[in-house]
Design a protein around this ligand. Structure first.
Ligand code: OGA
Ligand code: MN
Length: 305
């Protein structure tokens, strides 16, 4: 049985992240424990639960603790192009995404049309949809010890609060168009034509700073970065948009804002897409890496201005 007495939240000591001890997410979680977990998530941005044995039903129930689930933008591209092999599909659980480096035959590979074994650049999940997920819960089922695929997270409240004054002024009232054409490993989505000029970029417009609905704090909200033409700042000449994004990304990805997680089987990590980004090192493509992910339901992005 889960009890509040055994629950312990231990901060990583880095700029974000905490490990939760004394909790089995496969067992029922009382309202009081659920509230404690949400408060810990809002305070630490990323929570790590080790030694979990979560089937997909338990993953769904865990999402409910933090606000329920929402489907992934990635699925919609594979659904629109039904001929493509969808490495993300989990039979019977349309809201769960398999994050794997396996091919159609179940063998590890570099490129499977999804994230494969690639390096994954800094990003916030699904910023390319109108209502991005509040968070994501990623559960390690089979990870290669010593085979790479370490995942880092960074604190975008801190990035915002430490911006040089001229950058804070430069982004006030500004919005960005978020390019939906490629996934976070840079792989074009099935059936998508890559943009050749800014007017071709398809995706929603979000404020560059967002307010977290539970903490009331402001965070930088950059989404992801690709070679031009991709995300751009609305209302600026192309060269000024690029220069501003260069400066913001250089600041937002400073190492002192980040914490790296090295995975073991049974780890479940929950992050907040509203105030943290994440990054993954490449994986040895000869080693299997299988995880299941669910996205926590989001709300429309709140601008501070
Ligand atoms: C994701 C993601 C990183 C990883 O699932 O959104 O970015 O470590 N995954 O696989
Ligand atoms: Mn991601």
């Amino acid at each position: 049985m889960n009890t509040l007495d055994t629950l312990e939240v231990v901060p990583t000591g880095a700029a974000l992240g905490a490990e939760v001890h004394g909790l089995d997410l496969a067992l029922p979680v009382s309202d009081a424990i659920a509230q404690t977990l949400r408060d810990a998530w809002y305070e630490h941005l990323v929570l790590l639960f080790r030694g979990q044995d979560l089937g997909d039903d338990a993953i769904m129930r865990t999402a409910d603790i933090f606000g329920g689930s929402q489907g992934s933008g990635a699925h919609s591209y594979f659904n629109r192009n039904a001929a493509a092999f969808n490495p993300h599909r989990v039979e019977g659980y349309p809201e769960i995404l398999a994050v794997t480096n396996l091919d159609e035959n179940g063998d590890p590979t570099l490129d499977n049309g999804g994230l494969g074994s690639h390096e994954v650049v800094w990003h916030s999940d699904n910023s390319y949809v109108e209502v991005p997920p509040a968070g994501s819960l990623l559960c390690a089922i089979d990870v290669p010890i010593g085979g790479g695929g370490h995942t880092s997270f960074n604190n975008q409240y801190l990035a915002y609060e430490t911006l040089p004054a001229e950058l804070t002024r430069a982004i006030e009232g500004r919005h960005q168009v978020h390019d939906s054409s490629r996934n976070s490993a840079g792989v074009p989505r099935p059936g998508v034509k890559l943009p050749e000029k800014p007017e071709d970029v398809e995706g929603p417009t979000h404020p560059i700073v967002r307010v977290h609905p539970h903490t009331g704090r402001c965070a930088l909200y950059l989404g992801r970065r690709r070679a031009w033409p991709s995300n751009y700042v609305v209302g600026l000449p192309d060269n000024e948009s690029e220069a501003l994004l260069d400066a913001l990304w250089a600041h937002a990805t400073r190492p002192e804002f980040a914490w790296e997680h090295v995975w073991r089987d049974g780890d479940a990590v929950l992050w907040d897409n509203r105030c943290a980004m994440h990054y993954r090192t490449p994986i040895d493509p000869s080693r299997r890496r299988v995880m299941h992910r669910i996205q926590i339901a989001g709300e429309p992005v709140i601008a501070p201005w």
